[in-house]
Design a protein around this ligand. Structure first.
Ligand code: GDP
Length: 254
């Protein structure tokens, strides 16, 4: 497959997002929502070594297909079509990167990874994508945090567990990790409490929150948390010279 055209790199300096330095959490969350609204499509890549390397914090969104990932990204960024770009034929098995930052600056990158576990995908494609995702999650140097979307009525599945194992060393080394229990509007109070406590046991050091795009539950809190991750990010030292990510032997999940 030919490589898609590469967009111009954002400035190689760290222009970090800085939420207002005030104790008012509501004001900070509002700022974070405005910041996320600046998100724009950057690039799509079918292979890891096609991903440009940025000296910018990157937050990856992962989850089983149908977990509510696209809806979550669109809700957080307040853009109806943004993540559905990832569902266009030809892009479903790509990593889609989005840039965000005010006034045309880029201070962070969001990565939308392909949903996994979709039954209709041929087995060899599934395995290839598990390998690409595992490699991305283990090796992407500027990865600042991972958001795992999970439909609590299904719970964390075997594939989610594999993903948790893959990222565990990085979470233990300080990488941020959030499990968002999506479609929370479909749960009553006791179901929600039960889902939260089960996911907390499984999340291995990550945070867990309820999220509903429909009821706008957890939206501003999540926006605030992501902005805090980015504001506190320090580039890994030394970050190897900027350029394309080198190909590597696959470290598969299978
Ligand atoms: P993806 O495959 O993970 O990107 O999932 P989508 O974002 O496409 O969502 C899958 C289905 O769940 C769609 O029918 C959405 O309308 C639905 N959905 C997503 N978020 C919510 C939510 O917060 N509440 C409810 N009730 N349905 C949701």
């Amino acid at each position: 497959m030919t490589q898609p055209p590469q967009p111009a790199l954002p400035p190689p300096v760290l222009a970090q997002a800085k939420p207002p330095n005030c104790p008012d959490l509501a004001a900070q969350a509002k700022w974070a929502m405005g910041w996320l609204h600046t998100t724009r499509f950057l690039i799509t890549a079918a292979q890891l070594h096609h991903l440009p390397r940025y000296r910018l914090p990157e937050i990856a969104f992962v989850g089983r297909s149908n977990a509510g990932k696209s809806t979550c990204i669109n809700t957080l960024t307040q853009q109806n079509q943004l993540a559905y770009a990832s569902k266009k034929p030809g892009r479903t098995q790509h990593i889609n990167l989005f840039a965000l930052g005010r006034q045309g600056q880029t201070d962070a990158v969001l990565a939308d990874l392909p949903g996994y576990g979709y039954a209709a995908v041929p087995k060899h494609d599934k395995i290839r994508w598990q390998e690409v995702m595992a490699n991305y999650l283990m090796r992407r140097e500027n990865l600042c945090g991972v958001v795992l979307l999970c439909d609590p009525r299904q719970g964390l599945t075997e594939l989610d567990d594999i993903l948790l194992e893959v990222i565990r060393p990085r979470v233990e080394a300080g990488m941020h990790f959030l499990v968002l229990l999506t479609k929370a509007d479909k749960l009553n109070r006791s179901e929600a409490a039960k889902a939260l406590s089960i996911a907390r046991l499984q999340a291995g050091g990550g945070q867990v929150r309820l999220f509903s795009a429909l009821k706008r539950q957890g939206v501003e809190e999540t926006a605030l948390l992501l902005s805090q991750w980015v504001a506190g990010w320090k580039p890994p030292a030394p970050l190897s010279p900027l350029g394309d990510m080198p190909p590597s032997p696959s470290d598969g999940l299978s």
